[in-house]
Write a protein that binds this ligand. Structure first.
Ligand SMILES: CC1=C(CCC(=O)O)c2cc3nc(cc4[nH]c(cc5[nH]c(cc1n2)c(C)c5CCC(=O)O)c(CCC(=O)O)c4C)C(CCC(=O)O)=C3C
Ligand SMILES: [Fe+2]
Length: 316
């Protein structure tokens, strides 16, 4: 008999349409509805990225489908079948819905993974906490992948993208070594540092390994997309970094948003619209690497870590 293993694929989540932006934002704000001007600001950002299309949802659906196919191809010859379920932090189906669906389908053993390679207690940690609580309630035996930021296939996929865009700079007349490579990720409240959170260190590790693999020394790490709250967030922010680089006469900048795995608001708005308009003002040539989306190497990264976790579990 085939043994079905559940895979809970967790991610931030995006609204389904323009009408659900308010409910989504309210959920992010822990139930406090946004002020009208805050809501307008977020709605405008969504409108700006090609007229009300919500790319993250479609991209995430495709990633989950591709992951399920990759898992069932890669586990070769065993009598196990992997079945993927989505669990979103701020939209339907919520993390709890995904776990509940697994239980309803009779799944007893499951592995949870987040579509973000780096661990922070405030991001991945909170997804895992919610899934674990629901799994305990439903009697599903679950284990979790916390990070996979140095997986060789992930590094390969990202390095190839950096290299390809450096080629594009060269074709456009720039000298390869003159291009400043900016690795970036979503900022978090600065207090995570005192909490000993591994997030900043893991991001630096990914950056260093890619830089050494591609053979670049002209790079730095910067944060992006900080929240609009009163407390301090990790910096420097990419918009300030661009201004600083301009003062240093840097003309060519390649952004590699290594903390994100697909095209969504932070990439399509914060980088492609906001950062690019600043770059234009200061006469800087700015490009960004393509997002991973359903790149087979990314799917294999996820599949590899899930299958090894499952093998460890079945040896116990
Ligand atoms: C670490 C991290 C990641 C990366 C890891 C991961 O992927 O998990 C991430 C990804 C994403 N964040 C997203 C969207 C938003 N995040 C917000 C607000 C916040 N993000 C935070 C953290 C993160 N966020 C935090 C601490 C806040 C403050 C409120 C809170 O404590 O939660 C807000 C509110 C308005 C604003 O502040 O801009 C929005 C709209 C979307 C989907 C976009 C789309 O729909 O395409 C994605 C992929
Ligand atoms: Fe966010």
């Amino acid at each position: 008999m085939t043994n079905t293993i559940g895979v809970l694929v967790m991610s931030y989540g995006t609204p389904e349409n323009m009408e659900s932006v308010e409910a989504y934002y309210t959920h992010i704000r822990r139930g406090r509805p946004p002020e009208p001007e805050q809501l307008k600001e977020l709605t405008d950002r969504y409108e700006a990225i090609v007229g009300g299309v919500f790319p993250l949802r479609e991209n995430t659906d495709n990633q989950v489908k591709a992951l399920q196919e990759t898992l069932n191809r890669d586990e070769r010859g065993t009598d196990v079948e992997f079945r993927c379920y989505q669990g979103l932090k701020h939209a339907y189906p919520f993390i709890e819905d995904g776990v509940e669906q697994m239980a309803k389908d009779g799944i007893q053993t499951a592995i949870g993974i987040v579509l973000a390679p780096h661990f922070s207690t405030m991001s991945v940690g909170s997804y895992i906490k919610r899934a674990r609580e629901k799994a305990e309630e439903m009697g599903v035996h679950m284990s979790f992948i916390e990070s996979y930021h140095l997986h060789p296939k992930l590094i390969q996929a990202l390095s190839t993208r950096v290299s390809a865009k450096l080629d594009a700079f060269e074709e456009a007349g720039a000298k390869r070594g003159d291009v400043k490579v900016l690795f970036s990720a979503h900022s978090l409240p600065a207090r995570i540092v005192e909490m000993g959170d591994p997030y900043p260190q893991q991001l630096l590790e990914t950056s260093e390994v890619i830089a050494s693999r591609v053979g670049i020394t002209n790079w730095q790490f910067t944060w992006q997309s900080a929240g609009r709250t009163a407390e301090p967030w990790l910096g420097p922010d990419i918009l300030d970094t661009l201004q600083e680089l301009s003062r240093e006469q840097v003309e060519d900048v390649l952004v590699a948003p290594i903390g994100f795995v697909s095209d969504h608001l932070e990439v399509l708005y914060d980088l492609d619209i906001e950062a690019k308009s600043i770059a234009k003002e200061i006469d800087m040539r700015l490009m960004r690497i393509d997002s991973l989306n359903s790149d087979p190497l990314y799917m294999e990264t996820l599949s590899d870590v899930i299958i090894s976790r499952w093998q460890q579990g079945s040896d116990e």
